[in-house]
Design a binder for this molecule. Structure first.
Ligand code: ADP
Ligand code: MG
Length: 354
């Protein structure tokens, strides 16, 4: 819980997510995301708040409790990594280890996870933006935090650097059992990294929960975007090199996608854009399509701005979104509870790592 009055905005925030995995705070610039990060780190003291992480209360203004930043065991990574320019990468990293007892996160492990072994003797100004951010993350981790806070860590990077650093973040979140709160206003980062998702607008929480659920809710704000779509955690079930296809499973549903370079059993996630999902009442014949997924209509929400509707489809293991015209709804006589087939081209399914 966090309440704070800025001259231009009243913040009134409350959410609860599992203290594991990555919680993404997603919202437009000025919505209050950094305020939440700064209050959690102890850098900003709101009018009222209660912040608890994994059973430890960091702040409870009603009880008069306010832990100073250095006692919160919280690691911070900002957009600008703020490395010491006169120190080598190795010395910058070791700076994070001062004043803390050795913990579960080792120097070599961090160097390896972040792929910065070849940079150790370099000075920060000789590094690319993406490399600097990786070193900044390493320094934060070596202080043995119990929680890692990342405030738009990729916002200053160009698309290529971002693509380079995202796989490291995905590895980090699986290798280290460390809860991460990650702020962004970029949807691609949400789709790749979020386990839990908190949507923030103008100082208020407008939706929160497990990321696949929040992304696939037709009545939550993400569904009203052009790039709306479902994200589903999957596992590689089998490869068919002869047909150049890979079969992924998610709970009870299977998806065929173009052949992947991942081992059988590997976890991945898929993103299925709403505008790529066609609806049908019965299976079409003689069609190039690989994925005909049976589901049930859960919600139909109008999007008058685009003269379309968003249909939320319940699947055994999650949900899908489909953007269609009101005419399609009428022709198929769709309403909540109706069975429906979701038709998805294998090439429309985006496979994201881990
Ligand atoms: P975000 O990180 O989502 O971009 P912030 O948490 O930085 O948003 O800020 C939320 C809002 O709080 C801003 O729109 C601004 O109106 C207000 N705000 C933030 N910091 C200050 C400040 N130091 N003084 C006055 N208003 C502030
Ligand atoms: Mg901010």
């Amino acid at each position: 819980m966090l309440r704070h009055r800025f001259p231009a905005m009243q913040m009134d925030i409350g959410f609860e997510v599992p203290a594991e995995g990555v919680t993404v705070l997603f919202g437009p610039s000025g919505s209050g995301k950094s305020t939440i990060i700064n209050a959690t780190a102890g850098l900003l003291r709101p009018d009222a708040c209660r912040i608890e992480v994994g059973g430890t209360v960091l702040a409870d203004t009603r009880a008069g409790l306010w832990l100073p930043p250095e006692r919160r065991r919280v690691g911070l990574v900002f957009q600008d990594s703020r490395l010491f320019p006169h120190m080598s990468v190795a010395t910058n990293l070791r700076f994070g280890m001062r004043r803390v007892a050795p913990g579960p996160i080792g120097f070599d492990e961090v160097v390896d996870l972040l792929g910065i072994g070849a940079l150790l003797q370099r000075r920060p100004h000789t590094l690319s933006g993406g490399e600097r951010q990786r070193v900044g993350i390493g320094r934060a981790l070596l202080a043995q935090p119990h929680l890692l806070l990342m405030d738009e860590p990729l916002a200053s990077l160009d698309a290529a650097r971002k693509t380079e650093i995202l796989p490291f973040l995905t590895r980090l979140k699986t290798a280290l059992k460390l809860p991460i709160v990650y702020v962004t206003h970029a949807l691609d980062e949400v789709m790749r990294l979020a386990d839990s998702l908190v949507l923030i607008e103008a100082g208020q929480v407008v939706g929160y929960g497990p990321a696949p659920e929040v992304a696939a809710r037709a009545d939550m704000p993400l569904a009203q975007r052009d790039d709306a779509g479902a994200v589903l955690p999957c596992r590689v079930e089998s490869h068919d090199p002869g047909r150049a296809l890979t079969r992924l499973v998610d709970g009870g549903v299977a998806f065929l996608v173009p052949l992947l370079d991942l081992p059988v059993g590997a976890a991945c996630r898929v993103r299925i854009p709403a505008r790529e999902v066609i609806l049908a009442g019965r299976p079409p014949e003689a069609i190039s399509l690989h994925n005909i997924v049976p589901g049930t209509v859960r919600r139909i929400v109008a999007d008058p701005g685009r003269r379309s509707v968003i249909v939320e489809i319940a699947l055994p293991g999650g949900g899908l979104l489909s953007r269609v015209t009101p005419d399609a709804i009428a022709r198929l006589a769709l309403s909540p509870g109706a069975p429906v087939l979701a038709l998805i081209k294998s090439t429309s399914i985006e496979v994201l790592g881990g």
